[in-house]
Write a new protein. Structure first.
Lengths: 120, 109
């Protein structure tokens, strides 16, 4: 069964550095997401992405964050200047197969196993 | 945004059925009810989803109340590997789902 893959599995960075988290969504999916989970807390929505642009974003997704689909297969999350509070698990997800009819809500999200980001 | 309410935790004995409830009294007519689970140290995993009719798949069954204001995820025979946090989720925007705190299921051997 196709999977969402994320790299690296663990990233350690110093405060103020830029990081890029990488995801390869399921190949025929059209919608892409980033979520994060601070240790011991809820899974939090960051951003959704469709047709090469952001569809929705949360309050967490401020100017320090950006997303990109650079080559039609990868989906990246960039944090420009990391803060200690950015330490978390970051999960990528994808949904909605090419050619699948509406309604949109009838397509589950498929998640990767996450990247653990540690900011020191 | 439509909200869901779930018990914080539940326990079940191994090999017994488990019924995980969810209330979603503000659900709209077109919202699908999704269930995910998160095993320790893993990403959320899709379990099942439905709109109005009861649904079955290899992992679980989903029973949806006639008025759609509640639903129940049914694990027919709980195993130790089913110990996880189970999330009942509705669409919170055009292109997003918001996770709540879920139900932490403990399976006793």
């Amino acid at each position: 069964e196709p999977e969402v893959t994320q790299t690296p599995s663990h990233q350690v960075t110093q405060m103020g550095q830029e990081v890029i988290l990488r995801c390869v969504p399921i190949s025929n999916h059209l919608y892409f997401y980033w979520y994060r989970q601070i240790l011991g807390q809820k899974v939090e929505f960051l951003v959704s992405f469709y047709n090469n642009e952001i569809s929705e974003k949360s309050e967490i997704f401020d100017d320090q964050f950006s997303v990109e689909r650079p080559d039609g297969s990868n989906f990246t999350l960039k944090i420009r200047s990391t803060k200690l509070e950015d330490s978390a698990m970051y999960f990528c997800a994808s949904s909605v197969r090419l050619g699948q009819g509406s309604p949109w809500g009838n397509s589950p999200l498929h998640f990767g196993n996450g990247t653990r980001l540690t900011v020191t | 945004d439509a909200k869901t309410t779930q018990p914080n935790s539940m326990e079940s004995n191994e090999e017994e059925p488990v019924h995980l409830p969810c209330n979603h009294s503000t659900i709209s007519g077109t919202d699908y009810i999704h269930w995910y689970r998160q095993l320790p140290s893993q990403g959320p995993e899709y379990v099942i989803h439905g709109l109005t009719s009861n649904v079955n798949n290899r992992m679980a069954s989903l029973a949806i109340a006639e008025d759609r204001k509640s639903s129940t995820l049914i694990l027919h025979r709980a195993t130790l590997r089913d110990a996880a946090v189970y999330y009942c989720i509705l669409r919170a925007g055009t292109y997003k789902y918001i996770f709540g705190t879920g139900t932490r299921l403990k399976v006793l051997a």
